[in-house]
Ligand binder design. Sequence first.
Ligand SMILES: [Zn+2]
Ligand SMILES: [Zn+2]
Length: 347
Amino acid sequence: MRALVFKDFGAVEVVDVPKPQIQEPDDALVRVTTAAICGSDLHVLNGRIPGMTAGGTLGHEFVGVVEGVGSAVTRLHEGDRVVGSFLIPCGVCWYCKRGLFSRCPDQRVFGYGSFFGDVAGAQAEYVRVPKADLTLHPVHSHMTDEHAIFVGDIFTTGYECAVEARITAGDTVAVVGCGPVGLMTIIAAKEFGPSKIYAVDTVSQRLEMAQTFGAIPVDGTAVHAPTFIQDATDGRGADEVLECVGMVPALLDAIDMVRPGGRVSIIGVHSDPDLPMALNMTFVRAVDLKFCGTANVIGRWDDALEIIDSGRAHPDDIISHRMKLDDAVRGYELFDSREALKVVLTP
Ligand SMILES: [Zn+2]
Ligand SMILES: [Zn+2]
């Protein structure tokens, strides 16, 4: 079968690899009908997430059809349409038993290399899905692949950030970072009825998209964003700030932007070891910092599916490029250069 594989740091290629087989009783084999390229695939590509070896298949966002199941799979059957979670939990530990799947110490991730369980990715014609009863969610026949694929990662990730921000109707919200996850967070935040959502970024294409989703764009190249947000809120700051960048300067801006007693919900992936924060001022201002960590997609995807299925959210609006799996190398180039906002691949 065809698959997009890691070649070396910064390089991928589409090659023929053996078709995967069911290996464990709780596996399913899925024929992939749509896969997507995600920002975190780039972390694997550039080595920020180490442990990927040459020839490893990338990709953790997919929709497909179950082609076969192992003897222990009970919820799924051959022919079912499914969306996959990027995360594969163990299903039996203290955290998994409480539905806190993203805190599972034995979690694996599709296409993420040896430190994440060495599970082949889904940018391929077929993918083997461990713990299939948990890792796959059925998709209604009337829901398109391009809607469903967002539930397995980035829409549900944005939804988690919005839930953890505990937005109350009428609040003023600021979203820092309008990449794909930031844009999903804007859509998800609307579920909670804020009066205004400010969207902070430095890329005009992203700000325009944020505006189409109903947010007020704040161009960080033109204004000092924390001052702008404070000026727009009688000097207080936003009630909730949703940080979707994962860089120290963005997090410090988010802390500056929130009002005293407000909350910063952090879904950006942070890899720096330290945060040089004004601890005394943050204490006095009683800022609530909520680190979401890896999103609990499996714990929240029922809600995420309902929001999309009801027509209230259209995450597929961010799809900028549709291409064949065989052209996926070009898709990575477009995504890496930020020319593409979201790339979907079909066999
Ligand atoms: Zn992803
Ligand atoms: Zn577990």
